[in-house]
Design a protein around this ligand. Structure first.
Ligand code: 13P
Length: 257
């Protein structure tokens, strides 16, 4: 049994006060519902982490960051390390998001180093993979996904893999309002799980959670979660409002597999 995991990637949105307000709103709304069947993770900008951690203190909602640097400390201007994220209250960290690959030149090699740093400091990496439109249209989806997975997981042990989460985010579905259909998501999620089986064997393949991300909304979460290999969602735009994100969490918690 894989526990559903719904994470909100707040991207480059929300000042500290706005982040506190959103976290408080979600805390109130989710407190009324029974979401114990779902792991809920909020990933604000770095500057709001400590304050949001305080809001989430003594709740079951977890904190995550959107990126990290692989060195613990040093002369690396502008970076934030795994121990610093732990210090701010994080349990999770998103790694290799397509926006980081696209706009900040992140390579599979860098993604791999970041995953290792997260695991070394007991942060759960949410490892993002996904093809862009051109790659999909050229029928290269599986090739791209395989490259992302193989590249990300170099020298990651089965034990560490069991502590990790994968997010399949087709780039063409991010922020576009174009969601992958349940079938499209399932096809790639199954491909990823089969790949994990080849690399690590059955225990890892059947235990690792694979989230879908890309225009997830209250209107499509049930269809996506209904698929056997979809174990949750990484939500962008719809995670910025109390109503839509809490509705996604509640609807996801009602899907019985
Ligand atoms: P949207 O939900 O806004 O499409 O973003 C998805 C995403 O990139 C989450 O990491």
């Amino acid at each position: 049994m894989r526990k559903t995991i719904i994470a909100g990637n707040w991207k480059l949105y929300k000042t500290i006060n706005e982040a506190i307000e959103l976290a408080n709103g979600l805390k109130r709304e989710l407190f009324k519902a029974n979401f114990s069947a779902v792991d809920v993770v909020l990933c604000p900008v770095f500057t709001a982490l400590s304050e949001v951690a305080e809001v989430l203190n003594e709740t079951d909602i977890q904190l995550g960051a959107q990126d990290l640097y692989w060195q613990d400390e040093g002369a690396f201007t502008g970076e934030v390390s795994a121990p610093m994220l732990k210090d701010a209250g994080c349990r999770y960290v998103i790694i290799g998001h397509s926006e980081r690959r696209q706009f900040f030149g992140e390579t599979n090699e860098m993604v791999n180093k970041k995953i290792k740093a997260a695991l070394k400091h007991e942060l759960t990496p949410i490892i993002c993979v996904g093809e862009n439109l051109q790659e999909r249209e050229a029928n290269n989806t599986f090739k791209v996904i395989e490259g992302h997975i193989q590249g990300a997981l170099v020298d990651i042990s089965a034990k560490d893999m069991l502590k990790s989460v994968i997010a399949y985010e087709p780039v063409w579905a991010i922020g576009t309002g174009k969601t992958a259909t349940g079938e499209q998501a399932q096809e790639v999620h199954k491909f990823i799980r089969d790949l994990l089986r080849k690399i690590y064997g059955e225990e890892v393949a059947s235990s690792v959670r694979i989230q879908y991300g890309g225009s997830v909304k209250p209107e499509n979460i049930v269809e996506l979660m209904g698929k056997p290999d979809v174990d949750g969602a990484l939500v962008g735009g719809a995670s910025l409002k109390v109503d839509s994100f809490s509705s996604i969490v509640i609807k996801a918690s009602e899907v019985v597999k």
